[in-house]
Design a protein around this ligand. Structure first.
Ligand code: GRF
Length: 196
């Protein structure tokens, strides 16, 4: 038994982090959350980590709004390495990661996005899908690269858009799909890690 060591990064409510921790608890995901890190001091994702007794930390992001200050990104690399993290899992992390992180963890950073990429990158992708009068949207797990919501796609799950959907009902249905897809994709990484 060799659980894959994960580092989870998030800025908000942490429902994907919870789904991952629950999958580990139930035995369907052979992984170990070594650290949960947030750039938001009072983010609910840190409370979820505490609820599951997972190590957690607040990372002061510095003076920028959409990325980390270079010293903060260097500190992030240090924290993840010190925790022995093999796979970095972005779960609602609202800052763009730069080359420091990408070079420290090549093809070892994944993100989940609430649309069928390459459609609707960026914020509130479910609203974009509604506005475009799509009949189907969904969620995507992809590797991180230097562009926003752009790296190589690993897996997708479709979600139908229903005639009476509001942004809220659609977003909630996409999140249910995310909570199934993300642990399943990480379980694939875990299987490969077991064999390595
Ligand atoms: C998810 O919808 C994910 O697709 C996007 O950010 C949201 C995070 O939600 N990248 P949560 O914090 O996991 O509930």
């Amino acid at each position: 038994m060799k659980p894959i060591p994960l580092g989870i990064l998030g800025s908000g409510k942490g429902s994907n982090c919870r789904a991952i921790l629950e999958s580990i608890r139930s035995g369907s995901l052979m992984a170990e959350v070594r650290i949960v890190i947030s750039d938001v001091f009072d983010a609910p994702i840190l409370d979820i980590a505490r609820e599951f007794s997972a190590p957690n930390a607040y990372l002061p992001p510095g003076r920028f709004h959409t990325r980390l200050e270079p010293q903060a990104e260097a500190e992030l690399v240090r924290m993840l390495r010190e925790a022995g993290v093999e796979l970095v899992v972005l779960a609602g992390f609202m800052r763009v990661l730069k080359s420091l992180m990408l070079e420290a963890f090549p093809r070892r950073i994944v993100n989940i996005h609430p649309s069928l990429l390459p459609k609707f990158p960026g914020l509130e992708a479910w609203k974009q899908a509604l506005a475009a009068r799509e009949e189907v949207t969904g969620c995507t797990v992809h590797y991180l690269d230097e562009q926003i919501d752009h790296g190589e796609i690993i897996a997708q799950r479709e979600v139908p858009i229903l005639p009476n959907d509001t942004p809220e009902t659609l977003h909630a249905r996409i999140q249910i799909a995310e909570h199934e897809l993300y642990p399943a994709v990480i379980a694939e990484f875990a299987r490969k890690y077991q064999e390595s």
